[in-house]
Design a protein around this ligand. Structure first.
Ligand code: 5GP
Length: 113
């Protein structure tokens, strides 16, 4: 399932994106429908549907995704941001390929909607 999503197409280059970072494990790019002045996604190249499907073997990968997101934040000179991982349709997940949202540049509300 995760290997047929729009993000799989971004990973294999079929669809373009506003890329911020790429290495052998992940890719990061600006969200096409920004919900904040800064809104980018960090996604693994491995086709994992969501956090629910992650295993112990994915521990290093998950840490890597967060640290790549932080590295981009530092490059953008931001030190306040929100990270979001939607898991499942009811949580708001619309693309069924694991991704971490990084949002910044405005005040955030809590609790989230
Ligand atoms: P979700 O709702 O699954 O947590 O987040 C999916 C995110 O992917 C949404 O914020 C949506 O705007 C973004 N998105 C969906 N399709 C594309 C696309 O083709 N390109 C980019 N850059 N972002 C996309």
């Amino acid at each position: 399932m995760a290997d047929t999503t729009i993000f799989a197409k971004i990973i294999n280059g079929e669809i373009s994106c506003d890329k911020l970072y790429e290495d052998e494990f992940c890719i990061a790019f600006n969200d096409i429908a920004s919900q904040a002045p800064i809104h980018y996604l960090v996604i693994p190249k491995k086709p994992i549907i969501s956090l629910l499907e992650c295993e112990n073997d994915d521990k290093n990968l998950l840490g890597h995704l967060l640290l790549v997101g932080k590295k981009i934040a530092i490059e953008k000179k931001i030190n306040n941001w929100r990270t979001v991982i939607n898991t499942g349709a009811e949580s708001g997940q619309t693309v069924f390929h694991l991704h971490i949202h990084f949002l910044s540049g405005r005040s955030m509300n809590w609790p989230p909607g």
